[in-house]
Design a protein around this ligand. Structure first.
Ligand code: FPP
Length: 260
């Protein structure tokens, strides 16, 4: 599978307690437009404006790796007009934003199956990635035609065709075969517009991500919503499946042990 250039550097968060990497499921563009009696495409355009604000807010907060879910493998089933307006929007946004992203030291990477994208969009993706490949201050992954299941299937197929013995496959080898190879897993996944689903987003990488769901529709998502998500994240106790307080666990065992 075609991958973006490898990350040049892995930018660390400003403080160790911040997430190193945030994934965002940007949902609610259609509802935002509907509430304003606008076409859905207007919601997606407003969504691009929100991306700008949120990237700046992440950078100001000290979070430097962001992955945005822009178009899923399932989104092709939307009406043809909406799909083509989204594809146009991806091209226009790359054209209008890439110089500034580059000037700000952002490495832009597109993750997902590019084979189904138009040759023109693929060329733009290649150009933007080439232009920004050496930046290391921030990493922006944009997931286009991305699905976590298909990413895993494609990676395993590729490993098999490269002669890797799948009977001896381990987690590090599989991780290194994904689009996100070399990047830390997301510590926090934010979903807007209230749905409580992961919708095929970073299934492997998000295994231990903290989830934050907000009712805000994506075009309305503002720096204050990011601050709220970061506050929520900082209140979580992350145990990665282990016991948070082994001393307390021992005490629990001791108390449960009959005495006398
Ligand atoms: C979900 O809202 C949003 C999308 C499927 C598209 C998101 C894409 C953008 C904001 C453009 C990004 C562009 C670049 C280049 C990064 P929805 O349409 O599912 O909303 P609904 O659930 O309210 O109908």
């Amino acid at each position: 599978m075609l991958r973006p250039p490898p990350p040049t550097a892995i930018p660390a968060p400003a403080r160790p307690e911040l997430p190193r990497h945030i994934g965002i499921i940007m949902d609610g563009n259609g509802r935002w437009a509907k509430r304003r009696h606008l076409p859905r495409a207007a919601g997606h355009r407003a969504g691009v404006r929100a991306i700008r604000r949120v990237m700046e807010a992440c950078n100001d907060a000290g979070v430097h790796i962001l992955t945005l879910y822009a178009f899923s493998t399932e989104n092709w089933q939307r009406p043809r007009g909406e799909v083509s307006s989204l594809m146009r929007l991806f091209e226009e946004t790359m054209d209008s934003e890439v110089e500034e992203l580059n000037a700000k030291g952002v490495q832009l990477r597109v993750i997902g199956d590019r084979a189904k994208l138009s040759p023109r969009l693929r060329r733009k993706v290649d150009d933007c990635e080439a232009l920004t490949a050496h930046n290391g201050a921030n990493i922006l992954n944009v997931a286009i035609n991305y699905g976590g299941r298909s990413e895993l299937v494609e990676a395993i197929r590729e490993l098999a065709s490269n002669g890797v013995d799948l009977r001896a496959l381990d987690e590090a080898t599989l991780s290194a075969a994904l689009y996100t190879s070399g990047l830390p897993d997301p510590d926090l996944i934010i979903r807007t517009a209230g749905e409580l689903r992961v919708s095929n987003f970073l299934l492997w990488q998000g295994a231990y991500a903290e989830l934050h769901v907000t009712e805000a529709l994506w075009p309305d998502f503002a720096p204050g919503d990011l601050a709220e998500a970061l506050g929520d994240f900082s209140s979580r106790r992350r145990t990665f499946g282990q016991v948070a307080d082994p001393a307390g666990a021992d005490l629990g065992t001791a108390l449960a042990t009959p005495v006398g």
